[in-house]
Every structure is written in structure tokens, then in C-alpha cells.
Design a protein around this ligand. Sequence first.
Ligand SMILES: Nc1ncnc2c1ncn2[C@@H]1O[C@H](COP(=O)(O)OP(=O)(O)OP(=O)(O)O)[C@@H](O)[C@H]1O
Length: 216
Amino acid sequence: MKAIEVTDLHKSYRTAAGRVPVFEGLTFTVEQGGSLALTGPSGSGKSTLLNILCGLDSADAGQLALLGEPAGLLGPDDWADLRRSRIGVVFQDSNLMPALTLEENVRLRADLAGQSFGPVRDWLERLGLQGLGQRYPDQVSGGQRQRAALAMVFAMAPDLILADEPTGSLDRHTASAVADELFRWQRHSGCTLVLATHDLSLAACCDQHLDLASGA
Ligand SMILES: Nc1ncnc2c1ncn2[C@@H]1O[C@H](COP(=O)(O)OP(=O)(O)OP(=O)(O)O)[C@@H](O)[C@H]1O
């Protein structure tokens, strides 16, 4: 079964200087359980595509089917339901609640997705955050917040993970450890993964690679 089917997708932004195309006629599919790396230079549309894939933005033309559902039939509430329970989103500005500790954030995400609390501390530890579960997001570094956002997504056990530069603010050693956890978890859970990255070694770990600069 296909987790994502994108057909002839077009997207442009309206600016003061006129319409600026981001992509024109993008077509690709990702099988359930597969992984796709989006690469391309800054401004090539990686974040825009991830936003479209989770319903936070819309295309100008073309078709999108996600987890078997034609996107054209989904309203805002359907998208919100999907993001709560089936699509885990890890974006550059991590969506941690500032008033909750890291551990509470992970627990809340699991609750909202209808998953049992499970071994939250295990997730934090496996992502190198041991001892930080009782801290608030503003008491940890950007890279630690990014890893906590990943732990939240693991805790919700989604069918699809969309990750924008999931290792972007990490040093090489930590990035490699976090990527290992991400792919181990993806294989174990059977979920589909789409990640945007400038790191070609991370892209090489995915089954498929879409370079938005070339459309290939
Ligand atoms: N709201 C907006 N209004 C106008 N143009 C926008 C808007 N959002 C993004 N863009 C433009 O669309 C293009 C694609 O942006 P996008 O953020 O998707 O690129 P990216 O490949 O994710 O970049 P990066 O690697 O720097 O994160 C860029 O030229 C950007 O300036």
C-alpha cells in the first residue's frame, strides 16, 4: 500500500514581486513503511512540501493522497486528527509546550494519540536526554529540544513521520546516534518516514531520495 501519492503537484507563493514558483509538476510515491529523503539547496521547497504533506499548507494544483485518504476530501479537523494520532511532525521550531517539562511533553503527546504512557524515560534516554526529563524546554539546548520533539513523535506511534532537519542542530556524533535511533524505530514500528536534510549521509540511509533542486 502507498502511504503517500503525489501527482503533478504545483506550488508557488505570491509575493510583492509576483508569483514565485517553488515546485511545478512534482510526482512521487512512498510505500507504507518506506523512507524518503528530501534534499536540495536552501529555498528549494523541502519545508514547503513537508507542510503540504501534513495539511499546514496547500498546493495550488495536483493530487495528494495520504495514508489512503485523498487530501482533497480532508477538512481542517481531519488534518488536525491526523496530526494528533497518525502523522508525527518534527519541525525546525520544535513543538514542545513551554510550560511542561520534557517528560510531561512526551507523556502528553502519547496521551493525545491514545497511546499508553509507556517507557517515556526510555525514549528520552535512548535519544541521549537522560537526566533532563524534569527540565523545561527553555532550560535545555536547541539540539536537546529537537531530540525531545523526536521522543514525542516516537511516543505517539504514528503511521507517518515528517521530519525537517531532524539532526540539523546536532554535532556529528550525536546526529549519528539520533539517526540510528530514528531508523531503528522506523524499521521496528513499520511507519513511513519523510525527512528533509542537507546531510547526504543521512539521506543515503533512506530508501528513496528526491532532490527538489533537480526534481529527480
Ligand atoms: N510564506 C511564504 N511567502 C513567500 N515565499 C515563501 C514563503 N514560505 C517560503 N517561501 C519561499 O519558498 C521557497 C521554499 O522555501 P522552503 O522553506 O520550503 O525551502 P527549504 O528547501 O525548506 O529551505 P531550507 O533548506 O533553507 O530550510 C523559498 O524561496 C522561500 O523564500
